[in-house]
Design a protein around this ligand. Structure first.
Ligand code: NCD
Length: 470
C-alpha cells in the first residue's frame, strides 16, 4: 500500500524518529558546511538510489523553500523532477479539478508533492492518485513536511524532542506550519506557549483537538518576564493544561504544577496576508522577536526557528546570534525530504505499510445534507464542489460534532434526519438511531426540507447521543 503524508497525524512518532535517522545518514555522509558565517550545513553531491524515479511538484501557490528543497532532495537522490511551479499556467485555469489533474500526473511521476490554496486539497489528491501524495501546504490547514523540518532541527540541535518548551508567535490562526507543529509537539510531550497577534490565536478546531485527542485543559496563561504569553498547553504525562487567553495584555498567572519558567525554542511566524480577512488585518500589534527580546529570556539557549519567509516579525539583528537556527532549518529541508521520499518510494525502510490512523469507524459521508462550515474547505471550492461528497468523522461528544475529512474544521449539525422515514428531528436523541449509518445530518431545517425531509414531533428518547458508529 502506498502511503500519503497529508497531515502530521499520518506519521507515528516512531516513524518520525526513523525518518530522522535516515536524514542523519544522508547528512553525515553528504553534508558540508556551506556558509561559515552562519554555520549552515547542507547536503552536497548526487546519489543513484532513486535513478528510476520521477517526482512531480504541483504548486498552486508561491513557494521557494518547499518546492526547491523537494526538488533538490529528489535530484540528490538521483531521481528526476517534473514541475508545475505556477499552476496559473496549468489546466486549473481551464477549470480542471484536482482529482483529474492528479490522475493524469500520476502517469508521469512516481510521487506527487502538492501545494494548493484550498484547505483539504491534498487529501483530495491523495484520494484520487495511487502514487504517494505529499501535502506541501493546503491553505491554512497543515504543512506536515515543514513540521518534519522544524522537529528535525530541534532534534539535531537539542539532542531530543522530549520536554521542550516552545513559544509560538505570530499568526497562529492562518499559519498552517503552526497547525501541524502543535499536534506534533503535543505528541512528543512538549510545552506549547502561544503569543499570537491579537485576534490571530489558534483556531477553535485546533484547540478542541488538542483537548480531545491529547487530553489538554484550557487554563489562563502565565506572563513570563515581559513576554506576552497567552497560552500554555501541556501534555498528559505532565499536568493537563491548555491555557488560552485571547488578550495579549493579560497578566493572569497560571496555576500549574510544572510552571514553565524558561523557553527552549521561540518559533516565529509571519502575518499570512494572503489568507487574512479584514478583521485579521485590523490586528493592532504583531509580536516581533529581536535581539532585545532574546536577551530578556531566562534560558540563554533559546533557539529561534522560523519557517521563512520573514517580513517584519523577526529582526535581522538576530541573524548573527548563535541561537538563530532558521537558515539551518531551511537547509535541513533537503536531507529531511530525501529521507521522506526515499521511504515513500520504498527505497529505504522507514514507514509502515498501513497509515497511523484511519478513523473509518466514525466516518460519515453523504451527498445531501450538511456541508463543511469552512468556506475555505476544498469541498466548498468552485469546481471541486461539483464532484466532492462532503465527508466527516463523527466526533464522539455532546453535542455531536463533525470533523471534515478534508480540512478538519468542525461543523455542528442542528437537524438529524432518518434516511429511511425521511423525517427529521431537532434533537439527536429523538431519532431513536443508535449509530450514524442511517442518519442524514443537516446544517439547518430549511436544508432538510429542501430535500424532502419532514419535521417529526417525536419526543427525545435519549438524553445524550450514543456517540459512536456501529
Ligand atoms: C511557510 C508556508 O508556506 O506555509 N513557508 C514554507 O513553506 N517554508 C510559511 C509561510 O509562508 O509563512
Amino acid at each position: 500500500m502506498n502511503r500519503d503524508i497529508i497531515t502530521i497525524e499520518d506519521l507515528s512518532n516512531d516513524e518520525i524518529l526513523t525518518l530522522f535517522k535516515i536524514a542523519d545518514e544522508f547528512l553525515d555522509k553528504w553534508g558540508k558546511e556551506v556558509s561559515s558565517s552562519s554555520r549552515v550545513t547542507a547536503v552536497r553531491g548526487r546519489q543513484t538510489v532513486a535513478n528510476d524515479f520521477v517526482l512531480a511538484t504541483l504548486f498552486y501557490e508561491p513557494s521557494t523553500r518547499t518546492r526547491l528543497s523537494f526538488e533538490s532532495a529528489m535530484l540528490r537522490l538521483g531521481g528526476q523532477v517534473v514541475t508545475c511551479a505556477d499552476a496559473a499556467n496549468s489546466s486549473a485555469v481551464k477549470g480542471e479539478t484536482i482529482a483529474d489533474t492528479v490522475r493524469v500526473v500520476e502517469t508521469y511521476a512516481d510521487a506527487i508533492v502538492i501545494r494548493h490554496p484550498a484547505e483539504g486539497a491534498a487529501r483530495v489528491a491523495a484520494d484520487f492518485a495511487e502514487v504517494p501524495v505529499i501535502n506541501a501546504g493546503d491553505g491554512g490547514h497543515e504543512h506536515p513536511t515543514q513540521t518534519l523540518c522544524d522537529l528535525y532541527t530541534l532534534y539535531r540541535e537539542k539532542g531530543s524532542l522530549a520536554n521542550l518548551s516552545v513559544l509560538i508567535c505570530g499568526d497562529l490562526k492562518n499559519g498552517r506550519t503552526v497547525h501541524s507543529l502543535v499536534f506534533a509537539l503535543a505528541r512528543f510531550g512538549g510545552h506549547i506557549l502561544t503569543s499570537p497577534a491579537p485576534g490571530l490565536g489558534l483556531p477553535d478546531h485546533v484547540i478542541h483537538r488538542l483537548i480531545t485527542d491529547y487530553q489538554g485543559d484550557v487554563q489562563p496563561g502565565p506572563k513570563i518576564d515581559d513576554i506576552p504569553i497567552d497560552a500554555v498547553y501541556q501534555t498528559p504525562e505532565r499536568s493537563h493544561q491548555l491555557a488560552l487567553i485571547p488578550d495579549l495584555s493579560t497578566t493572569l498567572e497560571i496555576n500549574i504544577k510544572n510552571s514553565v519558567n524558561h523557553i527552549d525554542v521561540c518559533y516565529v511566524t509571519r502575518f499570512q496576508k494572503e489568507r487574512s480577512t479584514d478583521t485579521d488585518r485590523a490586528t493592532t500589534s504583531y509580536p516581533k522577536i529581536d535581539r532585545k527580546f532574546l536577551n530578556k529570556l531566562k534560558n540563554r539557549k533559546t533557539s529561534v526557528l522560523h519557517p521563512l519567509p520573514r517580513v517584519d516579525e523577526l529582526g535581522y539583528d538576530v541573524d548573527g546570534d548563535r541561537r538563530a537556527l532558521y537558515f539551518q532549518q531551511a537547509a535541513y529541508g533537503v536531507p529531511m525530504r530525501m529521507a521522506l521520499l526515499a521511504a515513500l518510494l520504498k527505497l529505504r525502510v522507514g514507514l509502515n505499510d498501513v497509515p497511523r490512523s484511519t478513523g473509518i469507524a466514525n466516518a460519515y459521508s453523504r451527498p445531501e445534507g450538511i456541508r463543511c462550515a469552512n468556506d475555505r474547505c476544498v469541498t466548498n471550492a468552485d469546481g471541486e464542489r461539483r464532484h466532492l461528497v462532503p465527508s466527516f468523522l463523527v466526533i464522539d461528544r455532546v453535542p455531536i460534532r463533525l470533523r471534515c475529512k478534508y480540512c478538519e474544521h468542525e461543523t455542528v449539525p442542528v437537524a438529524f434526519g432518518n434516511a429511511t422515514t425521511h423525517k427529521y428531528y431537532r434533537d439527536w436523541g429523538a431519532t431513536g438511531l443508535h449509530g450514524f449509518s442511517n442518519v442524514v445530518f443537516f446544517g439547518g431545517e430549511a436544508e432538510a426540507e429542501s430535500v424532502g425531509f419532514v419535521l417529526s414531533r417525536a419526543r427525545p428518547r435519549h438524553e445524550t447521543p450514543v456517540g459512536s458508529a456501529q
